[in-house]
Design a protein around this ligand. Structure first.
Ligand code: GAR
Length: 212
């Protein structure tokens, strides 16, 4: 299964996928890494492994629709079976969703539907919850709203800061995301029946997910 990974930052999740592939526990091939930021450290990780990289910056002059079209074009040229958002901090629009219907997944550092958005760990801490975690879900047109595939819980500790909490959540992200990718690759999780317009609850029910 050919995977294109979209990144905006450090790339620790990208590294975890590479390492799982190296270890033989994730039967996928990363055929490209695409970023909206040319300074994303994740791009260096890909380049070190001779994986093709592309940068598609969101320019005000082009607007979001055009950016989505450019992104869909670049990602499409890499020929993915699955698109993985691993720390990609932009909301995707219709051109991307139409091009890869039900074939885009995202990792988020909270137990969705709680604490969607750009600061899942900080928002969980602020709300005073005792348990948070990470979620892998199918991407739809909303912000972190698509059908949930898998989650791992992480306790919030009394002396946690947003950074220490995020670091512990990331330990779990690095286990969960490669596992989900592997399960999709071997057909144990089927994304094909999912449609982006299906209500989330129906789409989630139609997902068969093995214990991860
Ligand atoms: C990850 O924790 C991921 O869950 C989060 O960004 C971080 C990227 O880290 N994504 C979101 O918050 C998306 N809403 P990484 O670059 O080290 O993989």
């Amino acid at each position: 299964m050919n995977v294109v990974v979209l990144v905006s930052g450090r790339g620790s999740n990208l590294r975890a996928i590479f390492e799982a592939i190296d270890a033989g526990t994730c039967s996928a091939k990363i055929v490209g890494v695409v970023s909206d930021r040319k300074t994303a450290a994740a791009l260096d990780l890909a380049a070190e492994r001779d994986v093709p990289t592309r940068v598609v910056p969101l320019r005000k002059i082009d607007g979001r629709e055009r950016w989505n079209e450019q992104l869909a074009e670049e990602v499409g040229m890499l020929g993915p079976d699955l698109v993985v958002l691993a720390g990609f901090m932009r909301v995707l629009g219709a051109p991307m969703l139409r091009r890869f219907p039900g074939r885009i997944i995202n990792i988020h550092p909270a137990l969705l539907p709680s604490f969607a958005g750009h600061d899942g760990p900080g928002d969980a801490l602020e709300a005073g919850v005792r348990i948070t975690g990470c979620t892998v879900h199918v991407v739809d047109a909303g912000v972190d709203t698509g059908p949930i595939i898998a989650q791992t819980a992480v306790p919030v500790l009394g002396d946690d800061t947003a950074d220490t909490l995020h670091a512990r959540i990331q330990v779990q992200e690095h286990r969960l995301l490669p596992r989900v990718i592997h399960q999709i690759a071997i057909g144990a999780i089927e994304l094909d029946p999912l449609r982006v317009n299906t209500p989330v609850s129906d789409a989630s029910r139609s997902l068969t997910v093995p214990d991860l």
